[in-house]
Structure formats: C-alpha cells, structure tokens
Ligand binder design. Sequence first.
Ligand code: IMP
Length: 187
Amino acid sequence: MKSSNRLLIQDKYFVPYLSEQQMQQRVQELGQQIATDYADKKPLLLCILNGSFVFAADLARSMDIVCQVSFLKYSSYVKDKSSNTAKDLLGIQGLNEDLINRHLIIVEDIVDTGNTMNQLLKELSSHKPASIEIATCLFKPSALKFNISLKYIGFSIPNDFVIGYGLDYDDYGRHLSGIYIADENQN
Ligand code: IMP
C-alpha cells in the first residue's frame, strides 16, 4: 500500500481498506439478491441518514424491481465514539408512507454496537409492517451488543473506525468512493 494513499482527516490518519470497485461489486450483488427476494413485494427502503446516503443510492439503483425509498435520520456518534442512546432527529412521524403491512428494508451504513438498529426495530415493529429486514453496508461483529439479525451484509469488518462511502469522521470523509480505515500508526 503506497503511503501516498494515506489520508489525514482532521486529526486522524486513514489508509485504504475497501476499494471503490469492491464496494460497487458487492453492492450490486446485494441489490440483485434483494430484488430476487422481494420480486413482488414492493418493498419500502428506509435509509438511515446521514451515513447510508451513498450505499442507499447505489443499492436502490441495483435493484430492478418496484420499490419505494424514504429516509430517517438518526445519529449516535460523537466524533469517533458511539454513544449509548441513538437520537431520533428526523423520525418515523415525518414519513409520508404508511408502514402498516409494508415490507420494510432498513438501509444502514454500518452496524457497530447495534444500539441504533435495536431502537429502530422496536419503533418500526409498533407500526405493524408485514416484515422488516436490515441491509447494512458494513458490520462490526465483535462490537455487537444486541440480539439483532442482519439479513443483508456488504462486508464484515474488524472493530476499527472507518470512513468513506457515506461514513464520516467528525462529518468529513463521506464523499470518498472507497472505505478507509484508521491507520494503526497515527504518527
Ligand atoms: P451503533 O448504534 O453503535 O450500531 O452505531 C451505528 C452508527 O454509528 C452508524 O450508523 C454510524 O453512523 C456510526 N458508526 C459506527 N461505526 C462507525 C465507523 O467506524 N465510522 C463511522 N461511523 C460509524
């Protein structure tokens, strides 16, 4: 790996981890799998802002079926630390779509502790949808603290901080086309 690929974002160094090509290929695969599973179900993709905006756009466009796309805004990170309570910033009440009897697919950038997803699953269940599944671009299995099942996973990664493809550090780095991981050497 060339040292010139090392990025300084605010006070932290990051190095390439998953390339743009790897992301595109895997997201295409996920989209095709979801399209097969939901062929006649007209699913509603509920994309969690801000982090999932890139994944959601690529995933939705790789699904060749009838579906709807909407957005919820949650935030649980302060810089690079997960807080215990996920804050509902732009929640379910603001959705135009009726969730009753709908097949919901939550589209998330990354499942870390699972706290955000656990809270969201509880809230969505109370709206009596036909089904709820989760599509997450990234998953940190060793950080998970809740019993949640993730049906569609892009990549499982180590418990290290990552940015790019929608994910941020201190609100920077979302525009990067691939995933970058915090460099072990921060000097
Ligand atoms: P959880 O509630 O601990 O699962 O955290 C979920 C949210 O924290 C994600 O939607 C991200 O916004 C953020 N997050 C978790 N890990 C990372 C990371 O490595 N980089 C950037 N954001 C992260």
